[in-house]
Write a protein that binds this ligand. Sequence first.
Ligand code: ZN
Ligand code: ZN
Length: 375
Amino acid sequence: MTMAIPGDFTARTEQVQARLTDRNVAGLVLFPSPNLSYLTGFVEEPMERHLLLVVTPAAIRMVAPTMYVEQLNAETDLEHIIAWADADDPLDAVQAALTETELANTDGRVLLDETMFARFVVDLQGLLPDASYGLAGEVLEDLRIIKDDAELTALREAASITDAAWMDVRDRGDELIGKTEQEVVYVLRDAIDAHGGDGFSFEPIVGSGPNGAKPHHRSGDRVIEAGDPVVFDFGTVVDGYPGDQTRTVVIGGEPPADFEEVHAIVHEAFQAGIEAVEPGVTAGSVDVAARSVIEDAGYGDVFLHRTGHGVGLEVHEPPYIVGGNDRILEPGMVHSVEPGIYLEGRFGVRIEDLVVVTEDGCEQLNATSRDWRSR
Ligand code: ZN
Ligand code: ZN
C-alpha cells in the first residue's frame, strides 16, 4: 500500500536537527513508525529487517534493505541510503550509517523510536556501548502535537467523510434491526468506500445492547434488536490522518429504562468538555470539566476511561485528555472529547467528536446530530 502523507519533510527534519543540537543529543534512530513517516513521508509497517533512519545534528542516513531502495527514492527526498542485501550482515550497514553520521563511538545521548523492536535496540546498544538512551518523543512530540495546515486539511476531510458515512448508516434506521454487529460494520465500510475514505482508521466498534457497556467491544455476532441502544465508534483515513467519532443511537422501538437520562448526562458532559477546550488550559482540566458532570449525576464510577486523546498520524497520541495531565493546550492541537457511561449488562452511552484547539476555543470537526433518536 502506498499512502501519501502531506508535509514539508525538509523543514521537519531541520527542526528535529535543531532540537538535537539544543538538547545536546548526539543522535536519533527511527524505525518504521509514525515518527519515521512524519519526518520522511515514508509509510511502512514495522518489520524484521533493519530499516533504520539515523539523524544527527549534521547528517542523515537511511539504512534499508535493497528491496526498498527504489520505493524510498520515489517516495522520499532522502539523499543517502545505505542498502544491504538479504545475504549481507545488516549490522555492517548500520555501522556504516553510524560512522558516516559521526555517531559511532559516541558517549552522548541517543534517542530511539518508542515502538522500535527490542532486537534493534539491543543491536544499537551493542554498536554504541558508551551511549545513554532516551526516547524519540523528546524531540518529536512537541512538533507532532501541533498540526500544520496540510495535516488539518486531511483531518477535516477524514472527519467529514466519517460524518457522511455515519449519516448513510444512521438513515437506514429500522433496516439495521436483525443484522449482526459485524454485518453493520460491513454497511459502515461500504458507506466509507462510497464517500472516498481510505478504509477504517481503527477496528470499528458497533456495540449493541449490553455490548455497548464494554468501551472497547469490537463487533460480533449479536443481532441488533428493536429498542437496543447501539454505540457506533469509527472513522476513516484521509492522506494518513484519521477520523474518530462516536454516536449512540436507539434503533427502532423504545429505549430501555434510564437510557434517556443517561444519554442526556453524557451529552451534557460532552458539551462541558467541548466548552472547556481553549488555549492556555491544561488537558487535565478538560477531563475534569466533562467528568464532573458525570460524577455529579452519580455515575462517576462507570465513566471507565479518560475523556480523550490526541489524533494525528496515530489515532491515539498526545495530548491525552486525562486527569492530572498538565500539558497546556495550544492552537493546532487536535484531540477527542468522548465521555461515556457504561452500565454493565445493560447498555453504554458514549459521544465523541474531534476538535482542533483554536485561538479562542475549539473547532469541532464532526457535525452530525448527537441525538439518540436514529431518525
Ligand atoms: Zn472513537
Ligand atoms: Zn477516540
